[in-house]
Design a protein around this ligand. Structure first.
Ligand SMILES: [Zn+2]
Length: 161
């Protein structure tokens, strides 16, 4: 079974990075730990958190709930740790999930997005994806390329800042 995550708000930046790689990742923005636990158990999600108290919960210590304590401050270092700890693949399924809401993106033809993207983008990009929920259009432009490059560096074990 494919690994899925729920990310505590205190390590919220991880959500975009994990989605960028293609791992199904919910961002839990509330304070109610009990609800986060319920979602994790129902949905078989691994909890990522900075809460040291959280790790002392019985469900975690007895292994019924999988949670990983995140220590570093830098989100990219956090990501490196998780990838290492869970043996994830940096090239898992890039460009497949909405970075904002975690839904599976749908390929869109160039003609379909003509009026939805800036004209300079339309001229240079041929491949588009749309989020069926928030309707953001994605293309592999400069922002995406920058993230992809960072992931490549992380995968190669190069230092980032
Ligand atoms: Zn979306």
């Amino acid at each position: 079974m494919e690994i899925k995550f729920i990310v505590d708000n205190n390590v919220g930046k991880l959500a975009r990075w994990l989605r960028m790689i293609g791992y199904d990742t919910l961002l839990f923005k509330e304070k109610d730990d009990a609800r986060m636990i319920k979602i994790a158990l129902n949905d078989h999600r691994v909890i990522l958190t900075r809460g040291t108290q959280f790790m002392r919960r019985r469900l975690v210590t007895n292994g019924k709930l999988k949670a990983i304590l995140i220590m570093p401050d830098n989100p990219k270092v956090q990501l490196q740790e998780i990838v290492k700890a869970l043996n994830l693949n940096y090239h898992f399924r890039p460009f497949s999930l909405c970075l904002e809401c975690n839904h599976l993106l749908i390929p869109r033809g160039k003609e379909e997005v003509q009026n939805l993207v800036p004209s300079y983008v339309f001229k240079t990009q041929n491949q588009y994806m749309e989020c069926p929920v928030c309707h953001r259009i994605y293309w592999q432009g400069t922002h995406w390329q920058a993230m992809a490059k960072e992931l490549k560096n992380l995968a190669e074990g190069l230092a980032t800042n």
